[in-house]
Design a protein around this ligand. Structure first.
Ligand code: NDP
Length: 222
């Protein structure tokens, strides 16, 4: 049976990934940092693990919690937006730490624990954002979030080199999605974003390893 791991799945895009993979009959292991999040995962029939990617002890305990499993697909989803700056405004040290620890250090804590738990030919995705693209940038709003997602893209690229031959790794822009983060005025429904990314990841070939994609599979410039 197909085995899926989703990191950061209490709500929004992560929870919808769990819902869709469970509806397909896959075995899903998913993480949340709150009791409410864990309950939501169990309700969907997932194996729910407690994990806060911004907490050293919690995040480094993933490997022993997944010991013995072989995942066909992994999504690293957990993320925060942070301050909604529109100009040259300095983040506070704690705002910087919160965003960078979650969006950058989080994947850097999770990824090193995964190699022994990837099935042959596994697919691995980080949910980044088009806002992290430097090549496509025409707005500077949310510069801390943008910097964190540009760094997350760098992390994914390095993971793709280090895991080449073992996993196909993609960085995804999920679209502007109607979730708590995206808001009700966003472009697309979470179900469409998630079904698009699942399709694009399933269709990815080893030669696509280390690429940055829109949720519909179209390439995005770094
Ligand atoms: P939500 O705000 O709805 O959900 C964020 C998720 O991340 C929640 O499950 C939250 O858990 C989890 N999370 C945050 N911090 C941590 C942490 N320290 N440890 C573990 N989990 C954590 O956002 P979305 O679902 O919209 O976003 C998911 C991803 O997609 C993010 O990485 C985001 O940057 C990215 N993205 C979203 C876009 C959009 O338009 N929505 C656009 C581009 C990218 P909890 O419930 O405990 O807070």
């Amino acid at each position: 049976m197909t085995q899926i791991l989703i990191i950061g799945a209490s709500r929004g895009i992560g929870l919808e990934l769990v819902r869709q993979y469970r509806a397909d009959g896959a075995q899903v292991v998913a993480t949340a940092r709150s009791d409410e999040g864990l309950a939501a995962l169990r309700e969907l029939g997932a194996t729910a693990l407690k994990l806060d990617v911004a907490d050293t002890a919690s995040a480094s305990g993933l490997a022993w919690q997944i010991d013995g499993r072989q995942f066909d697909t992994v999504f690293i989803v957990a993320g925060v937006y942070g301050p909604r700056h529109t100009g040259l405004q300095s983040p506070t040290a704690s705002e910087f730490d919160d965003v960078m620890h979650t969006n950058v250090l989080g994947p850097m804590r999770v990824l090193p624990q995964l190699p022994d738990y990837l099935a042959p030919g596994a697919k691995l995705a980080i949910i980044s954002s088009r806002m992290g693209s430097i090549g496509e940038r025409t707005s500077a709003a949310g510069w801390l979030y943008r910097a964190s997602k540009a760094a997350a893209n760098s992390v994914l690229k390095d993971a793709s080199l280090l895991l080449a031959g073992k996993a196909t790794c993609l960085s995804f822009h999920p679209g502007w999605v109607r979730t708590d983060m995206g808001g009700s005025g966003a472009d697309i429904d979470v179900a469409d974003s998630v079904s698009g990314m699942r399709r694009a990841l399933a269709a990815a070939e080893p030669e696509d390893n280390g690429s940055f994609r829109n949720y519909d599979g179209q390439p995005i410039s770094w």
